[in-house]
Design a protein around this ligand. Sequence first.
Ligand SMILES: Nc1ccn([C@@H]2O[C@H](COP(=O)(O)OP(=O)(O)OP(=O)(O)O)[C@@H](O)[C@H]2O)c(=O)n1
Ligand SMILES: C[C@](O)(CO)[C@H](O)COP(=O)(O)O
Length: 225
Amino acid sequence: MTTQSEQRGDVAALVPAAGAGLRLGPGAPKALRHLAGEPLLVHAVRRLLATPDVGCVVVAAPPGEVDTVQAMLPEGVLVVEGGATRQSSVANALRAVPAEYTIILVHDAARALTPPAVIARVAAAVRAGALAVIPVLPVVDTIKRVDDAGDVLATVDRAVLRAVQTPQGFDRKTLTTAHDQAGDDLTDDAGLVEMMGVRVATVPGDDLAMKITRPLDLKIAEALL
Ligand SMILES: Nc1ccn([C@@H]2O[C@H](COP(=O)(O)OP(=O)(O)OP(=O)(O)O)[C@@H](O)[C@H]2O)c(=O)n1
Ligand SMILES: C[C@](O)(CO)[C@H](O)COP(=O)(O)O
């Protein structure tokens, strides 16, 4: 694996990896579960370090697993303890980023197969001046809005919808302010920035940046590798 010290990038990547993985079923915390013989987290960090933009990686580890996680990653990767929510895990990692990094990516350990090209695309958009950037894909299913009973209220116009992936990229000051002001626990960091009224740009995502969430996702990822 490429080590962090070999990188010369101006981008710091935060990797929230502290989730339990409840939807994957019983077992170790999701980021530590194996895909083709290695933890999901190792796959994700390898792809970040293979991206020349990335000069620093900070991982938010599951509670009590900081030493275990540090031992499985290349020298130089920083590891902090994660929090009870994804948002608090990201906030913990953000506090550990050295001052010289002004571009920050936030990348789920669960998106273990994300191609370096997607990571580079997001970083490039921030470097070009966007304050916040997310990779997205068009929605392929018909989407319905339903009531509490599950009966259909309406068919939503999917042409204006996008499925959101990671890494999400930010100007550091923008992301730090968003986390400092954060109230509600949101599922992504771009949501916090949106709440400040800051424009969030999009770039094309990639099917390989799928989030390993349910047991079938792990089987699909194994097949892809
Ligand atoms: N307290 C938490 C919760 C989630 N995450 C991370 O956020 C990413 C996206 O979350 P998700 O895939 O939903 O993971 P889990 O929360 O572990 O999944 P589940 O809801 O099935 O338990 C994952 O890399 C996960 O490890 C985190 O760092 N800290
Ligand atoms: C950040 C994210 O992966 C973008 O799709 C997603 O919002 C994480 O949500 P989850 O509820 O933790 O799966």
